[in-house]
Design a protein around this ligand. Structure first.
Ligand code: BES
Ligand code: MN
Ligand code: MN
Length: 481
């Protein structure tokens, strides 16, 4: 596809010039440990919302609102814990322009230096030799969220009009299931979000490390917990070992029967719901730029379950997977504590794909877990439940938004992007599509090896800066389309 280039060079130059300010903005954001999954850090999540409000205010956004979502529903430790607010804002309100809603999340995954970080996760570290910015949230999703603000700052300083009306919607619970956001979108569809023409989400990554992508699919995620309860308190294994039933023993037996070592889910009935692979879809994977070496490099190991590109991509994008995440209440420190934990909670999730029905999946999973526990004949008690679920999403990448984003990407990176799906989940994507009746575009900033959710999460400076150019360029091409 050849296309008429827009005269965006002054904008790109301005982004380059403002680099120090943009790096400073990211440094401040990373310094706020807005971990949504840690109840004790909820005030920091709220602080992050206020940080964004202040930035939006300074940049000239109007109609800025903090939307409260009430208290967090169970399972939760503190029954009165308030959900963090949704941050809404507008820039421009011109009837003759199209309106783009951009969504991002200002919460982050937990991170501790002890997890193995080379530097403190909440103190941005700029490796000036490699020109890489490290810190929790750098790529997921503070860098991209700030990217939109940076675009506005560049326009302000150039005294350029924004080519579209921009509506921002930033949430603080994405990493913990986007609680309350569906309801907010439904309530605001005909109010705050009235007139939105398209939605753009920058909260995913390139597939590899060199080639930009545009993304038209995501897997869903149903997250479960299984609690097994026995004695009234943690006990001494010398005094009680061998004479009472141990919850931890039961739990590991149950968890061990969820998935095999080849990644095959052992719960019957799930595979039957997966959409069959057509020849046409199979061919799509041929042209994608990826390799098992890139997978190994991103994982930091040589432990891939599939050795050819197409199998890897299919298993990441179009087949379900089950991961066991952890056990709450289990002894996990160093040393050798001779304890019998009295109550343990196993956590696992299933990445869902077309055409898995969420409610049917929950029933299959919970019935299976209960049946496996019953087979143990244990006197302990069990409760298996869903913590949160989020839908998968697959769209058609041949619309105005994708076309505009492809042009902007080529302008900035001098290469045409690949069209990809993702194995991760942004459950709200489908909600935006359905509740607003618009298309959604996923326009990533970071790379496939950024280490989202992992230690040493990073964002390459070139991705941050060129990412801002791409986001801004997209608004221009979309505004003209
Ligand atoms: N940014 C990710 C989504 C993502 C992950 C996109 C990997 C592309 C590749 C998002 O912040 C995220 O982590 N989502 C959670 C959602 C879950 C809590 C329902 C996820 O995928 O685990
Ligand atoms: Mn994210
Ligand atoms: Mn994430």
């Amino acid at each position: 596809m050849s296309y008429e280039k827009l005269p965006l060079q002054p904008f790109f130059d301005k982004i380059d010039e403002l680099k120090p300010a943009f790096v400073e903005r990211l440094r401040k954001a990373i310094a706020i440990p807005s971990v949504s999954g840690d109840e004790s850090l909820r005030p920091k999540v709220v602080e992050m919302a206020h940080f964004l409000v202040d930035e939006l205010t300074d940049l000239g956004f109007h109609d800025i609102q903090l939307k409260e979502l009430g208290v967090q529903p169970p399972p939760v430790e503190n029954k009165d814990l308030k959900l963090p607010p949704i941050v809404l804002g507008r820039y421009g309100n011109d009837k003759n322009k199209k309106t783009v809603l951009v969504y991002g999340h200002y919460d982050v995954q937990p991170a501790l230096k002890e997890d193995g970080w080379s530097t403190d996760p909440f103190t941005m570290y700029h490796d000036t030799t490699k020109d890489i910015l490290y810190g929790r949230g750098s790529t997921d999703d503070k860098g991209p969220v700030l990217g939109w603000l940076n675009v506005i700052q560049a326009h302000n300083e150039l005294k350029w009009e924004l080519p579209v009306n921009l509506v921002v919607c930033f949430e603080g619970m994405e990493e913990s299931g986007s609680l309350g956001l569906d309801e907010l979108i439904a309530a605001e569809a005909k109010n705050y979000f009235n007139g939105v023409d398209t939605v753009c989400i920058s909260d995913n990554y390139w597939l590899g490390t060199t080639k930009p992508v545009l993304t038209y699919g995501l897997r869903g995620c149903n997250y479960y917990q299984v609690s097994i309860k026995g004695p009234g308190a943690d006990l001494h294994s010398g005094i009680f070992g061998g004479i009472i039933a141990e919850p931890m023993t039961d739990l590991v037996k149950v968890l061990a029967q969820l998935v095999d070592g080849n990644g095959r889910i052992l719960i019957p009935g799930i595979d039957d719901m997966v959409a069959p692979l057509t020849e046409k879809e199979d061919k799509l994977y041929d042209d994608i730029d990826f390799s098992v070496e890139e997978l190994n490099a991103a994982a930091g190991s040589d432990t891939a379950l599939h050795q050819d590109k197409k199998a890897i991509l299919k298993h990441r994008w179009r087949y379900p997977s089950l991961s066991v995440h952890g056990i709450e209440g289990a002894f996990s420190g160093g040393g050798a504590k001779t304890v019998i934990p009295s109550k343990v909670i196993g956590k696992f999730s299933i990445r869902t794909v077309p055409n898995i029905e969420s409610a049917k999946l929950d029933k299959l999973v919970i019935d299976y877990v209960n049946a496996k526990f019953a087979e143990l004949g244990s006197p302990n008690s069990i409760k298996a439940e869903l913590i949160h679920d989020g839908a998968y999403w697959v769209s058609n990448p041949f619309n105005e938004a994708f076309t505009a984003a492809a042009k902007a990407t080529e302008d900035v990176w001098n290469i045409k992007p690949d069209f990809t799906r993702e194995g991760g989940s942004i459950p709200i994507t489908l909600s935006f599509e359905q509740l607003l009746g618009t298309d959604v575009l996923l326009l990533p900033m970071g790379r496939g090896d950024d280490g989202a959710h992992s230690i040493n999460e990073k964002l390459n400076m070139s991705n941050y800066i060129n990412g801002c150019k791409t986001l801004g360029g997209y608004l221009h091409y979309y505004g003209k389309a």
